[in-house]
Design a protein around this ligand. Structure first.
Ligand SMILES: [Zn+2]
Length: 90
């Protein structure tokens, strides 16, 4: 598994549980890859922040079409993943 795949799976796993085999492969990658392990921690923190925001004003998030995830946070996540990809390709 590449870091790109891992980052994608990490963001997916926030929205929905991963299939067991995929989750296992991801965990294996996180064991050997510090970058993705850190990313996971940050994603969890961000998703908790998103949940807090959604709890404050869920109607606004749904109006934008991103229930449960603030668009700004979604953008931050994408940017973060792009940054990590850039680093890893060096
Ligand atoms: Zn990685």
């Amino acid at each position: 598994m590449t870091c790109k795949e891992a980052a994608l799976l990490l963001t997916q796993s926030i929205d929905e549980p991963l299939p067991r085999r995929v989750a296992l492969r991801l965990r294996l990658h996180l064991l050997i890859c510090r970058t993705c392990a850190t990313l996971k921690k940050e994603l969890i923190a961000l998703s908790e922040a998103a949940a807090l925001l959604a709890a404050q004003d869920p109607s606004e998030l749904q109006a934008i079409g991103a229930p449960g995830l603030d668009p700004q946070i979604a953008e931050a996540l994408k940017k973060r993943i792009r940054d990590e990809e850039g680093k890893n390709s060096l």
